[in-house]
Design a protein around this ligand. Structure first.
Ligand SMILES: C[S@@+](CC[C@H](N)C(=O)[O-])C[C@H]1O[C@@H](n2cnc3c(N)ncnc32)[C@H](O)[C@@H]1O
Length: 366
């Protein structure tokens, strides 16, 4: 199998393709992307046969911004016979995957493909049995073994392959399923919740999203993001000229500051979190976030870079490079990650965690 298949948000195939081409080339993996607009996926075809596996092993999935999932696949299977779709799929995986830990029969995240999901659910059961009989799958689910993916792009037409559980998304179709909390003031609450799931390991939530922490939410109204912080029992400075949801103000955990988010300065020294969803030019937001981190005004930040422009991949990479450069110039060691989340539209979400800052030649751990 010489292809890497990446799932992405429909409409962002070019960004996903530019990203995989650049990051593969950095690892001296050469090939070319195949892109179909609005398809919800990108295929990266490697010139060297073994490079597809090398890429999904060596390119950290967490480094990818526009991909929701990353796997190795073979040639497209077309015209699967209705009376036996299973045999060609088993044939394709024989000698490629052994003792897989899970089967996912998936589709692209498009309206046309959604019509295939019912079929996928039904088809999973007999296919799983056949894969177990052929020893391609273990007889039980194992989170440590490769995941077998069958990706239907049309009826009777699919890619077949596998992902490595330690370097891929653990979610079906690469999409975390989150339930909209009925008492949240806006749907964008799910963006911040998803960001927590994607950027912060579950076993670190109690320490890093702890009750009693202070947070600042720039561009907070009506309060979807503040809601998430309040749910974690934090105290929140909600900065926005607009109206905040009364239900949030009634909690007593929210201080509404009707000022410009670019001028607001932290009223105390123990702010743990800065979050920002202001609709503004990415470079302005990126610089503001960097100011906060350089000045030690917060420990971690989650913010969106809105991308209404044409050159979206370049815009994101330039801003991330600028942030990295400014942090490094100021002696700040930080983890930076960016991802176009499922709940993001024309935007990406960035997470930065300050690890330590060099102070007069020594490390100031915080
Ligand atoms: C997309 S909405 C935020 C939605 C919010 N995150 C939620 O979940 O409910 C953007 C908000 O940013 C605010 N905003 C834009 N520019 C701002 C600025 N310079 N200072 C403060 N707020 C700003 C707008 O008033 C608007 O309420």
């Amino acid at each position: 199998m010489n292809k890497v298949l990446l799932y992405c948000r429909p409409g962002f195939e070019k960004e996903c393709a530019a990203e995989i081409s650049a990051k593969a080339a950095e690892r001296e993996v050469y090939g070319f992307p195949r892109v179909k607009d609005d398809s919800g996926y990108v295929l990266f075809e490697c010139y060297q046969f073994e490079d597809a596996e090398r890429l999904v092993r060596e390119l950290p999935f967490d480094d990818l911004i526009f991909a929701r999932q990353m796997l190795v696949v073979g040639e497209l299977l077309r015209d699967l016979p209705q009376e036996d779709r299973i045999t060609p799929i088993v044939g394709m995986l024989t000698g490629v995957v052994e003792k897989g830990g899970e089967l996912r029969v998936e589709v692209p995240d498009t309206n046309e493909a959604k019509e295939l999901t019912k079929f996928c659910r039904k088809f999973t059961v007999p296919l799983r049995s056949a894969l177990r009989e052929s020893k391609i799958l273990l007889n039980y689910e194992s989170p440590k073994r490769p995941v077998v993916h069958v990706f239907f792009i049309a009826p009777g037409t699919c890619y077949v392959g596998y992902s490595l559980p330690e370097n891929s998304s653990s979610f079906y179709m690469g999409i975390p399923r989150l339930k909209f909390p009925s008492d949240a003031p806006s749907r964008s609450t799910l963006k911040l919740e998803e960001a927590f799931h994607v950027f912060i390991p579950a076993d670190e939530w109690d320490e890093r999203l702890a009750s009693g922490m202070y947070a600042v939410d720039l561009g907070a109204c009506p309060g979807g993001w503040t809601y998430q912080l309040v749910q974690r029992s934090m105290m929140v400075y909600a900065v926005d000229n607009g109206p905040m949801a009364p239900s949030l103000m009634e909690t007593g955990q929210v201080m509404h500051e009707r000022v410009d988010g670019f001028k607001f300065r932290p009223p105390r020294t123990n702010i743990s979190w800065l979050v920002c969803d202001m609709v503004e030019k990415p470079v302005r937001v990126a610089n503001l976030m960097t100011d906060w981190l350089v000045n030690g005004w917060c420990r971690e930040a989650i913010f969106n870079l809105k991308l209404p422009m044409k050159k979206r991949y370049e815009e994101v990479t330039q801003n991330l490079a600028m942030i990295e450069e400014r942090l490094s110039e100021n002696g700040i060691n930080a983890q930076i990650r960016a991802r176009q989340l499922y709940h993001d539209r024309e935007e990406v979400t960035v997470h930065i965690r300050r690890i330590w800052a060099a102070v007069g030649g020594r490390r100031d751990e915080r």
